[in-house]
Design a binder for this molecule. Structure first.
Ligand code: PLP
Length: 342
Protein backbone atom coordinates (compact mmCIF):
# COMPACT_ATOMS: atom_id res chain seq x y z
CA UNK A 1 0.00 0.00 0.00
CA UNK A 2 1.27 3.49 -0.89
CA UNK A 3 -0.08 5.74 1.84
CA UNK A 4 -0.22 9.39 0.80
CA UNK A 5 -3.03 10.38 3.19
CA UNK A 6 -0.78 12.26 5.60
CA UNK A 7 2.75 12.57 6.92
CA UNK A 8 1.31 11.43 10.28
CA UNK A 9 1.42 7.82 9.02
CA UNK A 10 5.24 7.70 9.16
CA UNK A 11 6.73 4.82 11.12
CA UNK A 12 9.32 5.65 13.80
CA UNK A 13 12.87 4.85 12.69
CA UNK A 14 14.94 2.02 14.16
CA UNK A 15 17.10 4.62 15.89
CA UNK A 16 13.97 6.07 17.51
CA UNK A 17 12.80 2.68 18.70
CA UNK A 18 16.22 1.98 20.24
CA UNK A 19 16.32 5.39 21.91
CA UNK A 20 12.81 4.81 23.29
CA UNK A 21 13.83 1.45 24.76
CA UNK A 22 16.91 2.94 26.39
CA UNK A 23 15.48 6.29 27.51
CA UNK A 24 16.26 7.51 31.00
CA UNK A 25 12.90 8.41 32.55
CA UNK A 26 11.27 9.88 35.66
CA UNK A 27 7.92 11.35 36.67
CA UNK A 28 7.39 14.33 34.37
CA UNK A 29 4.54 15.75 36.46
CA UNK A 30 7.21 16.28 39.15
CA UNK A 31 9.48 17.69 36.42
CA UNK A 32 11.79 14.72 36.93
CA UNK A 33 11.97 13.11 33.51
CA UNK A 34 15.45 13.92 32.19
CA UNK A 35 14.60 13.00 28.61
CA UNK A 36 11.48 15.18 28.54
CA UNK A 37 13.46 18.02 30.14
CA UNK A 38 16.15 17.62 27.50
CA UNK A 39 13.60 17.63 24.68
CA UNK A 40 11.87 20.75 26.00
CA UNK A 41 15.19 22.58 26.40
CA UNK A 42 16.45 21.56 22.94
CA UNK A 43 13.13 22.45 21.29
CA UNK A 44 12.95 25.87 22.96
CA UNK A 45 16.49 26.70 21.80
CA UNK A 46 15.78 25.49 18.29
CA UNK A 47 12.84 27.87 17.83
CA UNK A 48 14.40 30.70 19.87
CA UNK A 49 11.87 30.76 22.71
CA UNK A 50 12.44 30.90 26.48
CA UNK A 51 10.66 27.67 27.28
CA UNK A 52 8.82 24.72 25.74
CA UNK A 53 6.30 22.07 26.72
CA UNK A 54 6.03 18.51 25.40
CA UNK A 55 2.41 17.70 24.56
CA UNK A 56 0.77 14.54 23.20
CA UNK A 57 -0.72 16.18 20.10
CA UNK A 58 -0.67 19.30 17.99
CA UNK A 59 -4.31 19.87 18.79
CA UNK A 60 -3.56 19.96 22.51
CA UNK A 61 -0.64 22.34 21.87
CA UNK A 62 -2.86 24.74 19.95
CA UNK A 63 -5.61 24.58 22.56
CA UNK A 64 -3.17 25.18 25.43
CA UNK A 65 -1.88 28.22 23.57
CA UNK A 66 -5.41 29.58 23.19
CA UNK A 67 -6.16 28.92 26.87
CA UNK A 68 -2.91 30.57 27.94
CA UNK A 69 -3.24 33.73 25.82
CA UNK A 70 -6.94 34.48 26.38
CA UNK A 71 -9.75 34.91 28.92
CA UNK A 72 -13.34 33.70 28.53
CA UNK A 73 -15.28 35.75 26.01
CA UNK A 74 -12.21 37.03 24.18
CA UNK A 75 -12.08 36.81 20.42
CA UNK A 76 -9.49 34.85 18.44
CA UNK A 77 -8.87 35.86 14.83
CA UNK A 78 -7.85 33.13 12.41
CA UNK A 79 -8.27 31.93 8.82
CA UNK A 80 -11.57 30.17 8.12
CA UNK A 81 -9.61 27.29 6.56
CA UNK A 82 -7.12 27.01 9.42
CA UNK A 83 -6.69 23.72 11.25
CA UNK A 84 -7.78 25.26 14.55
CA UNK A 85 -11.07 26.44 13.07
CA UNK A 86 -11.69 23.58 10.66
CA UNK A 87 -10.44 20.44 12.37
CA UNK A 88 -10.18 20.95 16.13
CA UNK A 89 -13.71 19.95 17.07
CA UNK A 90 -14.75 23.40 18.26
CA UNK A 91 -12.33 22.97 21.17
CA UNK A 92 -11.70 26.72 21.70
CA UNK A 93 -15.39 27.08 22.61
CA UNK A 94 -15.33 23.96 24.79
CA UNK A 95 -12.21 24.71 26.79
CA UNK A 96 -11.17 28.38 26.59
CA UNK A 97 -14.72 29.71 26.13
CA UNK A 98 -13.53 32.09 23.44
CA UNK A 99 -15.26 33.24 20.29
CA UNK A 100 -13.50 32.40 17.05
CA UNK A 101 -13.52 35.05 14.36
CA UNK A 102 -12.82 33.17 11.13
CA UNK A 103 -11.61 35.33 8.26
CA UNK A 104 -11.75 34.00 4.73
CA UNK A 105 -8.39 34.28 2.98
CA UNK A 106 -6.57 35.72 6.00
CA UNK A 107 -3.56 33.55 5.19
CA UNK A 108 -3.57 34.67 1.57
CA UNK A 109 -3.48 37.97 -0.26
CA UNK A 110 -4.24 41.28 1.46
CA UNK A 111 -3.66 39.73 4.87
CA UNK A 112 -2.94 43.08 6.51
CA UNK A 113 -6.11 44.68 5.28
CA UNK A 114 -8.16 41.66 6.36
CA UNK A 115 -6.56 41.61 9.78
CA UNK A 116 -7.10 45.34 10.28
CA UNK A 117 -10.74 44.88 9.34
CA UNK A 118 -11.17 41.94 11.72
CA UNK A 119 -9.68 43.64 14.81
CA UNK A 120 -12.37 45.05 17.08
CA UNK A 121 -12.41 48.65 18.20
CA UNK A 122 -13.15 49.24 21.89
CA UNK A 123 -16.95 49.20 22.16
CA UNK A 124 -19.24 47.93 24.89
CA UNK A 125 -20.94 45.65 22.37
CA UNK A 126 -17.81 43.97 21.08
CA UNK A 127 -15.68 41.13 22.43
CA UNK A 128 -12.01 41.93 23.01
CA UNK A 129 -9.77 40.85 20.12
CA UNK A 130 -6.99 39.10 22.01
CA UNK A 131 -5.22 36.54 19.86
CA UNK A 132 -4.27 35.97 16.23
CA UNK A 133 -3.57 32.40 15.13
CA UNK A 134 -1.45 31.85 12.04
CA UNK A 135 -0.69 28.53 10.35
CA UNK A 136 2.60 27.83 8.61
CA UNK A 137 2.74 25.81 6.46
CA UNK A 138 -0.93 26.18 5.65
CA UNK A 139 -2.47 22.73 5.38
CA UNK A 140 -5.75 23.54 3.61
CA UNK A 141 -3.86 26.05 1.50
CA UNK A 142 -1.89 23.11 0.08
CA UNK A 143 1.20 23.27 2.32
CA UNK A 144 2.00 26.84 1.29
CA UNK A 145 4.61 28.88 3.11
CA UNK A 146 4.00 32.29 4.66
CA UNK A 147 7.39 34.00 4.32
CA UNK A 148 9.19 35.56 7.29
CA UNK A 149 8.63 38.97 5.66
CA UNK A 150 4.89 38.36 5.46
CA UNK A 151 4.84 37.11 9.03
CA UNK A 152 6.84 40.14 10.15
CA UNK A 153 4.36 42.63 8.79
CA UNK A 154 1.39 40.72 10.20
CA UNK A 155 3.11 40.50 13.58
CA UNK A 156 3.78 44.23 13.59
CA UNK A 157 0.13 44.99 12.84
CA UNK A 158 -1.05 42.49 15.46
CA UNK A 159 1.05 44.31 18.05
CA UNK A 160 -0.52 47.63 17.05
CA UNK A 161 -3.85 46.08 18.02
CA UNK A 162 -2.43 44.49 21.17
CA UNK A 163 -2.98 40.95 19.89
CA UNK A 164 -0.86 38.01 20.96
CA UNK A 165 0.22 35.86 18.01
CA UNK A 166 0.20 32.06 18.13
CA UNK A 167 1.53 30.07 15.21
CA UNK A 168 0.18 26.62 14.42
CA UNK A 169 3.51 25.49 13.03
CA UNK A 170 2.65 21.80 12.85
CA UNK A 171 4.87 21.82 9.72
CA UNK A 172 7.03 24.89 10.42
CA UNK A 173 10.21 22.94 9.67
CA UNK A 174 8.82 22.25 6.20
CA UNK A 175 8.51 26.02 5.78
CA UNK A 176 12.08 26.56 6.98
CA UNK A 177 13.56 23.84 4.77
CA UNK A 178 11.60 25.03 1.71
CA UNK A 179 12.78 28.61 2.35
CA UNK A 180 16.35 27.47 3.11
CA UNK A 181 16.42 29.52 6.29
CA UNK A 182 16.62 29.01 10.01
CA UNK A 183 13.27 28.25 11.64
CA UNK A 184 13.87 31.20 13.99
CA UNK A 185 13.32 33.52 11.02
CA UNK A 186 9.67 32.45 11.29
CA UNK A 187 9.27 31.92 15.02
CA UNK A 188 10.58 35.37 15.92
CA UNK A 189 7.26 36.69 14.62
CA UNK A 190 5.01 34.85 17.06
CA UNK A 191 4.55 34.77 20.82
CA UNK A 192 3.98 31.02 20.87
CA UNK A 193 4.46 28.24 18.36
CA UNK A 194 3.24 24.67 18.24
CA UNK A 195 5.11 22.23 16.05
CA UNK A 196 4.63 18.53 15.45
CA UNK A 197 7.26 15.87 16.00
CA UNK A 198 4.91 13.21 14.66
CA UNK A 199 4.46 14.33 11.05
CA UNK A 200 7.36 14.62 8.57
CA UNK A 201 9.81 14.32 11.47
CA UNK A 202 8.55 10.75 12.03
CA UNK A 203 8.20 10.52 15.83
CA UNK A 204 5.37 8.18 16.86
CA UNK A 205 3.76 10.72 19.20
CA UNK A 206 4.15 14.31 20.31
CA UNK A 207 4.28 17.99 19.63
CA UNK A 208 5.95 20.98 21.23
CA UNK A 209 4.45 24.25 22.41
CA UNK A 210 7.12 26.94 22.81
CA UNK A 211 6.92 30.52 24.05
CA UNK A 212 7.82 32.78 26.94
CA UNK A 213 8.38 31.31 30.41
CA UNK A 214 5.12 32.91 31.53
CA UNK A 215 3.00 31.43 28.73
CA UNK A 216 4.56 27.99 29.07
CA UNK A 217 4.04 27.97 32.84
CA UNK A 218 0.34 28.68 32.25
CA UNK A 219 0.17 26.06 29.50
CA UNK A 220 1.85 23.48 31.76
CA UNK A 221 -0.89 23.92 34.34
CA UNK A 222 -3.64 23.76 31.69
CA UNK A 223 -2.02 20.63 30.25
CA UNK A 224 -2.42 19.01 33.68
CA UNK A 225 -6.04 20.14 33.81
CA UNK A 226 -6.71 18.55 30.44
CA UNK A 227 -5.27 15.25 31.62
CA UNK A 228 -2.08 15.68 29.62
CA UNK A 229 0.34 15.41 32.55
CA UNK A 230 2.17 12.27 31.49
CA UNK A 231 4.48 10.36 33.81
CA UNK A 232 7.49 8.49 32.34
CA UNK A 233 6.98 10.33 29.06
CA UNK A 234 10.71 10.16 28.33
CA UNK A 235 10.08 7.02 26.28
CA UNK A 236 8.20 9.28 23.86
CA UNK A 237 10.47 12.31 24.22
CA UNK A 238 13.46 10.11 23.27
CA UNK A 239 11.96 9.69 19.81
CA UNK A 240 11.21 13.42 19.73
CA UNK A 241 14.88 14.25 20.29
CA UNK A 242 15.78 12.19 17.25
CA UNK A 243 12.95 13.78 15.27
CA UNK A 244 14.57 17.17 15.83
CA UNK A 245 17.67 15.89 14.02
CA UNK A 246 15.63 14.82 11.00
CA UNK A 247 14.67 18.27 9.78
CA UNK A 248 16.94 18.21 6.72
CA UNK A 249 15.25 15.09 5.34
CA UNK A 250 12.09 17.12 4.66
CA UNK A 251 13.75 18.40 1.47
CA UNK A 252 13.35 14.90 0.04
CA UNK A 253 9.58 15.00 0.71
CA UNK A 254 9.36 18.37 -1.02
CA UNK A 255 11.18 17.06 -4.11
CA UNK A 256 8.85 14.05 -4.18
CA UNK A 257 5.80 16.30 -3.84
CA UNK A 258 6.91 18.36 -6.82
CA UNK A 259 7.54 15.21 -8.87
CA UNK A 260 4.07 13.95 -7.93
CA UNK A 261 2.45 17.29 -8.72
CA UNK A 262 4.11 17.46 -12.12
CA UNK A 263 2.93 13.94 -12.91
CA UNK A 264 -0.65 14.59 -11.79
CA UNK A 265 -0.75 17.90 -13.67
CA UNK A 266 -0.16 15.98 -16.93
CA UNK A 267 -3.34 13.95 -16.43
CA UNK A 268 -6.34 15.13 -18.35
CA UNK A 269 -9.09 15.42 -15.75
CA UNK A 270 -6.89 16.59 -12.87
CA UNK A 271 -5.75 20.13 -12.17
CA UNK A 272 -2.80 21.00 -9.95
CA UNK A 273 -1.62 24.53 -9.28
CA UNK A 274 2.09 23.90 -9.40
CA UNK A 275 3.06 27.26 -7.89
CA UNK A 276 1.17 26.25 -4.75
CA UNK A 277 3.24 23.09 -4.32
CA UNK A 278 5.88 24.50 -2.01
CA UNK A 279 6.40 21.73 0.56
CA UNK A 280 5.11 18.16 1.00
CA UNK A 281 1.41 18.63 0.20
CA UNK A 282 -0.22 18.40 -3.22
CA UNK A 283 -3.85 19.35 -3.83
CA UNK A 284 -5.42 18.04 -7.02
CA UNK A 285 -8.75 19.23 -8.29
CA UNK A 286 -10.81 16.73 -10.24
CA UNK A 287 -11.96 18.44 -13.40
CA UNK A 288 -13.11 15.23 -15.11
CA UNK A 289 -16.88 15.10 -15.34
CA UNK A 290 -18.69 12.37 -13.44
CA UNK A 291 -16.12 11.88 -10.72
CA UNK A 292 -16.11 13.33 -7.24
CA UNK A 293 -13.32 13.25 -4.70
CA UNK A 294 -14.72 10.35 -2.68
CA UNK A 295 -15.07 8.13 -5.76
CA UNK A 296 -11.53 9.03 -6.84
CA UNK A 297 -10.21 8.16 -3.36
CA UNK A 298 -12.11 4.84 -3.29
CA UNK A 299 -10.85 3.88 -6.75
CA UNK A 300 -7.25 4.83 -5.88
CA UNK A 301 -7.46 2.60 -2.81
CA UNK A 302 -8.57 -0.35 -4.95
CA UNK A 303 -5.22 0.09 -6.70
CA UNK A 304 -3.37 0.26 -3.35
CA UNK A 305 -2.87 4.03 -3.19
CA UNK A 306 -4.38 5.91 -0.25
CA UNK A 307 -5.22 9.63 -0.45
CA UNK A 308 -7.85 11.78 1.27
CA UNK A 309 -10.78 13.84 -0.02
CA UNK A 310 -10.30 17.53 0.77
CA UNK A 311 -13.47 18.96 -0.73
CA UNK A 312 -16.23 17.76 -3.10
CA UNK A 313 -13.75 17.68 -6.00
CA UNK A 314 -10.47 18.19 -4.22
CA UNK A 315 -7.99 15.51 -3.12
CA UNK A 316 -4.92 15.83 -0.90
CA UNK A 317 -1.67 13.87 -1.35
CA UNK A 318 1.09 14.17 1.27
CA UNK A 319 4.65 12.93 0.80
CA UNK A 320 6.79 11.64 3.68
CA UNK A 321 9.65 9.34 4.67
CA UNK A 322 7.78 6.12 3.93
CA UNK A 323 7.02 6.85 0.27
CA UNK A 324 9.81 6.45 -2.26
CA UNK A 325 10.35 7.97 -5.68
CA UNK A 326 9.07 4.70 -7.20
CA UNK A 327 5.92 4.95 -5.10
CA UNK A 328 5.37 8.46 -6.44
CA UNK A 329 5.62 7.23 -10.03
CA UNK A 330 3.26 4.38 -9.20
CA UNK A 331 0.74 6.79 -7.63
CA UNK A 332 0.75 8.95 -10.77
CA UNK A 333 0.19 5.84 -12.94
CA UNK A 334 -2.72 4.78 -10.75
CA UNK A 335 -4.28 8.25 -10.83
CA UNK A 336 -4.12 8.14 -14.62
CA UNK A 337 -5.83 4.74 -14.69
CA UNK A 338 -8.54 5.89 -12.26
CA UNK A 339 -9.29 9.09 -14.15
CA UNK A 340 -9.13 7.19 -17.47
CA UNK A 341 -11.65 4.64 -16.22
CA UNK A 342 -14.66 6.96 -16.23
C1 PLP B 1 -1.76 22.35 10.46
C2 PLP B 1 -2.07 21.38 11.54
N1 PLP B 1 -2.21 21.82 12.79
C3 PLP B 1 -2.48 20.99 13.81
C4 PLP B 1 -2.61 19.64 13.61
C5 PLP B 1 -2.98 18.77 14.77
O1 PLP B 1 -2.02 17.82 15.09
P1 PLP B 1 -2.45 16.49 15.85
O2 PLP B 1 -3.00 15.56 14.84
O3 PLP B 1 -1.14 16.00 16.44
O4 PLP B 1 -3.43 16.86 16.90
C6 PLP B 1 -2.47 19.13 12.31
C7 PLP B 1 -2.63 17.67 12.08
O5 PLP B 1 -2.78 17.17 11.02
C8 PLP B 1 -2.20 20.02 11.25
O6 PLP B 1 -2.10 19.60 9.98
Amino acid sequence: MIDLRSDTVTQPTIEMRQAMANAEVGDDVFGEDPTVNQLEKTAAELVGKEDALFVPTGTMGNQLAILSHTSRGDEVILDSESHIFYYEVGAPAMFAGVQLHPVSGLLGRNALEKLRHACRQPDIHFPNSRLLCLENTFNRGGGTVMTPEEMGSIYELAKEYNLAVHMDGARIFNAAVASRCDVKEFTRYCDSVMFSLSKGLCAPVGSILAGSKKIIAKARKYRKAMGGGMRQAGVLAAAGLIALKMVDRLAEDHANAMKLAEGLAQIDGLKVELHRVQTNIVLAEITAMDMDAQTFVDEMQKHSVKVVPFGPRLVRFVTHKDVSRDDIEQAVNVAEIVIGSI
